[in-house]
Design a protein around this ligand. Structure first.
Ligand code: PLP
Length: 387
């Protein structure tokens, strides 16, 4: 056996594992201190009731002979794929064939697995700082990567690659910077991909947080994007599915990859749980939609609180309007990890060090609007007291 040596190039510790390790060490040394977790991007609101009820009904069905279901289709039940097309795409002027929608167990798996569609020699372009899965899965496949820095100077919007890129990962609304692309900016990427026969893997996990009516929710709102883009979405942050697991990926026929992806999924994926898919379908009922809107509005309120609060304390902050993440520059004299340690030790506040998302994240920390509202208020109060 020869191991896949590409895996040895990955950082020893996954970012969030390292945060947990340091926070835990502090907690054990200071058991009387109340720690406020403002860092991790997991949702905190429970599942909306209409979704819970739909899943309970699905469990009941699974316990009855005449309604029991075994394996479903590898690409998901038609009723969920139709609901996705009707609710998430048609109102935005995007027409999809049901064959182009693939239900998954979440965006994370698909982001990692989609790389199997492409030759190992393909060059990858990744804006950074970035959600770690794009870099990690490209490294695991041994692909050369060009990083595209996103800094305050370019408004956290990456420039086009200098060398021709075969695969481009874009994530908007962005994790971790909270930035978004305008229609014109996104069109530049689509035009680049069409001119260079590249493929864009567009991670729209946070599209539900967009408030500005001029910001595109789907890359397919841009003309020609169906030729060059795969879009990945998730019920995780929208409907509270981080622990349930359901998402979907659109692989348009025009990309020439739809049949390949179906073939790959048929071998390696035996379908998303019937119960999860029934829960996801309930997200599209009037009651489900209302409950989800209320949850998102709650998180948006927390984002606003953090944004205003940090700004009032003199921090340079961005994001947090069309995204659940607030990107905050650390004070002079600190780097990401030393300021993480400083906040942990002086205020017992846990943030996410920006350097963990890539070199351009150095000098920043990320706050998450999925944090408990009361914890955010306390954190701002403590940060005010340290000056
Ligand atoms: N994409 C981005 C940008 C994310 O931040 C996350 C999770 O935090 C994911 C994908 C993964 O989502 P899922 O829970 O659907 O796997």
């Amino acid at each position: 056996m020869q191991p896949n040596t590409h895996l040895q190039q990955l950082d020893g510790n996954y970012l969030f594992t390292e945060i947990v390790r340091r926070t835990e060490a502090y907690r054990q040394a200071n058991p009387d201190k109340q720690i406020l977790r403002l860092g991790v991007g997991d949702v905190t609101r429970p599942l909306p009731q209409p979704i819970v009820e739909a899943m309970l009904r699905a469990v009941e069905e699974m316990g009855q002979t005449d309604t029991f279901r075994g394996y479903g289709l590898e690409n998901g039940y038609a009723w969920l794929r139709e609901a996705i097309i009707e609710n998430d795409y048609r109102p935005r002027g995007v027409t999809l064939d049901i064959k182009e929608v693939f239900i998954s167990d979440g965006a994370g798996s698909d982001i990692g697995n989609l790389g199997e569609l492409f030759a190992a020699s393909n060059r990858v372009a990744i804006p950074e700082p970035a959600y770690p899965a794009y870099v990690d899965s490209s490294l695991m496949a041994g692909r050369p990567i060009e990083f595209l820095p996103c800094t305050a100077e370019n408004g956290f919007v990456p420039s086009l690659p200098e060398q021709r890129a075969d695969i481009i990962y874009l994530c908007y609304p962005n994790n971790p910077t909270g930035s978004v692309l305008t229609r014109g900016q996104l069109a530049e990427w689509v035009n680049y991909a069409r001119a260079h026969q590249s493929i864009i893997i567009y991670d729209a996990a946070y599209e539900a947080f967009i408030q500005d009516p001029d910001i595109p929710h789907s890359i397919y709102e841009i003309e020609g994007a169906k030729e060059v883009a795969i879009e990945v979405r998730s019920f995780s942050k929208t409907a509270g599915f981080t622990g349930v697991r359901c998402g979907y990926t659109v692989v348009p026929i025009e990309t020439g990859l739809q049949a390949m992806w179906l073939r790959r999924q048929c071998t390696k994926y035996n379908g998303t749980s019937y119960i999860s898919q029934r829960g996801a379908l309930a997200a599209y009922t009037p009651e489900g939609k209302a409950a989800i809107r209320a949850n998102i509005a709650y998180y948006q309120g927390t984002a606003q609180l953090l944004l205003n609060g940090l700004r009032a304390l003199g921090y340079e902050v961005s994001g947090g309007v069309n995204a659940p993440y607030i990107w905050c520059r650390v004070p002079k004299g600190y780097d990401s990890w030393s300021f993480f340690e400083y906040l942990l030790h002086t205020c017992q506040v846990v943030c996410t060090p920006g350097a963990g998302f890539g070199p351009s994240g150095e000098g920043y920390i990320r706050f998450s609007a999925f944090s408990d509202r009361h914890d955010c208020e306390m954190a701002l109060e403590r940060m005010k007291n340290i000056g």
